[in-house]
Write a protein that binds this ligand. Sequence first.
Ligand code: RB5
Length: 152
Amino acid sequence: MLRETIAIGADHAGYALKAVLAADLGKMGYGVLDLGTNSEVSVDYPDFGFAVADAVTSGRAERGILVCGTGIGMAIAANRDPGIRAALCTGGLMARLAREHNDANVLALGSRIIGVEVARECVRQFLSTSYGGGRHADRVAKLSHPEIEAVE
Ligand code: RB5
């Protein structure tokens, strides 16, 4: 049975790592919506960040993964969509807590910052960790509705 669909995108700096992660996702049984780029020819990371964000908010994918040189540009781009909670992660603990505390729906990775095995661990944690809800719920809701009263 096919697991959820993951949208994945990268710029030229993230292309090689994206290829590795996309292949892993397929082997793990996820549907893979690969939105490019598909070579190391220079491109603009916002185009791919926006494309993955749109795939998630439109429901074509349940979650997304973005890779650029640092992960920073991709996270900024994806987070411009109000339905996206993109988390730039440099290790498995960050990826786990991004899901547990922040209900992150996009994982952003930097191919020039972390190695392949750390990236794989980030992906594993991101995909296998459930959102904790509870005390985090009001805070996550407030990300979409800043007018909500502060909680103590
Ligand atoms: C491309 O050289 C680089 O700027 C990009 O991959 C990313 O790191 C931007 O945040």
